[in-house]
Design a protein. Structure first.
Length: 146
């Protein structure tokens, strides 16, 4: 399983997350987006409808009749009702339940850097876990730093 740590410095979550979600869905996968706070889930829901002028990502918030059919599902916890094998931890909080997926995207900013470092270290000795740390260069592009 692969865990990608995305340190948000120049690019905010609102620009980074839709790009990751697009790639997952374009590759035929499903994505679970986790954000504990309701206000953030509502904002992410709105974002996925409006982030691009020429399209949107089909998605829903958990709790609907069609959760299992959603390519992207937004939830307060790690509950893949859409059978996603990819999870995006959008609120900066690491959850070990993410290790049950094939790939985890852990987004965090300066306010959560200490917790992200602790998660990085805790995963170092886990069998079957490949960690990657992504940071932005001066041009705003993501570079793998570790």
């Amino acid at each position: 399983m692969q865990v990608d740590f995305y340190h948000l410095t120049a690019m905010p979550l609102e620009r980074a997350l839709p790009r990751i979600a697009e790639r997952v869905v374009a590759g035929g996968g499903r994505l679970l987006i986790v954000a504990e706070e309701e206000a953030q889930r509502v904002a992410l829901d709105r974002l996925l409808w409006t982030y691009a002028a020429d399209g949107f990502l089909p998605h829903a918030q958990i709790g609907g009749a069609d959760d299992a059919r959603q390519p992207v599902l937004i939830a307060p916890d790690v509950n893949a009702a859409n059978r996603a094998r990819n999870v995006a931890l959008a609120d900066g909080i690491w959850r070990d339940d993410a290790l049950d997926f094939d790939r985890a995207f852990h987004f965090f900013d300066e306010g959560r850097i200490r917790e992200a470092r602790a998660a990085w270290k805790s995963l170092a000795d886990r069998d079957g876990v490949e960690r990657r740390y992504w940071k932005q260069n001066e041009a705003g592009r993501w570079e793998q730093a570790a």
